[in-house]
Ligand binder design. Structure first.
Ligand code: ADP
Length: 413
């Protein structure tokens, strides 16, 4: 802050003006510790006499009108120093205060405001540099925020990928251990079960024809044992202990044959098939029996879900995933779809929503095992009331071999 300090005194100097009365008025202006204005006005008797004042007048000024002269001089000094104060305030103090306020704003993180000083002097230059520094800071801060957001998104994406991979690993491990366990159980159960069936048949053949009740009971034993056999076959299929017989297969042709096979069965009479095949698909190296088992399972599940009435659409299309050529077969139905809560469970062994005796819960887990063994994948998309879509992806084993598959056609009933 600028301060004004003034002094008025009457002195008797010791040297040249010895013995002469002198009126001295001084004023000083300070800014902090800096003194930037100093004003002295001396009125000597000698000077006043030289200026043409008479000795009497000088004496009057010096003695009689002392007070009036002092006040006049003081006023003069005050006005001059006041004007200097105003000029200095406008030129230095105000811009410096504005710069100071700007720095405080920046320190608090407000980079939006600029300092309006247009002067061409050093302070104006300082303000210009300060404004450009604020703009640079603002730009860097924006860049930093954008970069942080991108980084956060990347981290989130990677974390989700890690969680997904972990889930897949856990699932694969779970299926692998279940497979080993299933293989062991199936092997252990197979021999006693064969014995049960064989002896039930023997007993039935030895039972007299007139014992109808005994025949009926034995027939139940045989049927139930057959059911157990089927489950065991399913378990063996799931555990992949049965060998593969690989061949180059035309998926479109295999699908057509599978549809033709089921469409003669009563449970498919009221189901409308639509085949939407991409022609000229490359051959796939796979076990045709195993792949047909998967296709059959898809059709049976769709038929069950639709209570044997509705539509099944089968589409084939080429795909390229991570540089790998694949063929995707899509099975879509018009059934009730799969509830969200069940989507993650349907590939688990023994998961079924079908009534006891109808479903074993092995169809999809066996299919999953078969497709994975072929280096492929099964995906499902569904929502309640929207039907279900299963996507079976198989890798193209031999590139460049194109088969003339039949073009898209429609088989209706
Ligand atoms: P299962 O047919 O013996 O029940 P799966 O493993 O083949 O065993 O199927 C498991 C479950 O997945 C079925 O019980 C059913 O709930 C569900 N599911 C499979 N396919 C479909 C489909 N197309 N629509 C609705 N639900 C389905």
């Amino acid at each position: 802050m600028i301060k004004y300090e003034g002094m008025i005194k009457i002195v008797k100097p010791r040297h040249s003006l010895a013995g002469k009365l002198i009126l001295s008025v001084s004023a000083a202006m300070t800014f902090g510790s800096l003194v930037f204005g100093l004003l002295f006005i001396h009125f000597e008797q000698r000077v006043l006499l030289k200026a043409g004042f008479s000795a009497v007048e000088v004496d009057r000024v010096m003695h009689s009108d002392m007070v009036a002269t002092v006040v006049a001089c003081a006023l003069f000094v005050l006005i001059i120093s006041g004007m200097l104060c105003i000029i200095l305030y406008k030129l230095v103090s105000k811009p410096v205060a504005e710069l100071e306020a700007g720095m405080i704003r920046i320190a608090k993180g407000d980079l939006d405001q600029q300092i309006n000083i247009d002067s061409k002097d050093e302070i104006g230059l300082l303000a210009k540099i300060f404004n450009s520094m604020t703009s640079d800071l603002k730009r860097y801060r924006q860049d930093m925020e954008n970069w942080t957001n991108t980084l956060e998104d990347e981290v989130k994406k990677k974390a989700q990928e890690v969680i997904k991979t972990q889930d897949e690993l856990i699932n694969t491990e779970k299926l692998a251990s279940l497979g080993r366990m299933a293989a062991g159980i199936a092997h252990e159960l197979n021999s006693p079960l064969t014995g049960v069936v064989t002896f039930a048949h023997l007993l039935k053949s030895r039972t007299p024809e007139n014992e109808a009740q005994a025949h009926e009971d034995l027939q139940v034993i045989i049927e139930q044992a057959d059911r157990c056999s089927k489950i065991i076959k399913g378990l063996l299929g799931f555990s992949r202990r049965t060998g593969f017989e690989m061949a180059e297969i035309n998926l479109n042709a295999l699908l057509e044959a599978t549809v033709a096979m089921v469409s003669h069965q009563a449970r498919f009479y009221n189901i409308n098939f639509t085949l939407d095949f991409t022609t000229g698909l490359p051959a796939v190296l796979a076990d045709p029996n195993q792949i047909q088992q998967v296709f059959l399972n898809m059709l049976l599940n769709a038929s069950d879900a639709m209570s044997e009435k509705g539509a099944i659409n089968i589409t084939t299309r080429p795909l390229c995933l991570d540089g790998k050529d694949m063929i995707e077969t899509e099975f879509s139905d018009t059934g009730p779809g799969i509830p969200e809560a069940n989507i993650g469970k349907i590939f688990e062994p023994f998961f079924t929503t079908k009534p006891v005796g109808k479903g074993t819960g092995l169809g999809l887990s066996v299919s999953y095992g078969i497709i994975k063994k072929h280096g492929g994948d099964i995906l499902v998309k569904s929502g309640p009331g929207k039907g279900a879509s299963f996507f079976i992806r198989l890798p193209v084993q031999r590139k460049g071999e194109w088969i003339n598959a039949k073009s898209a056609e429609h088989i209706g009933h």
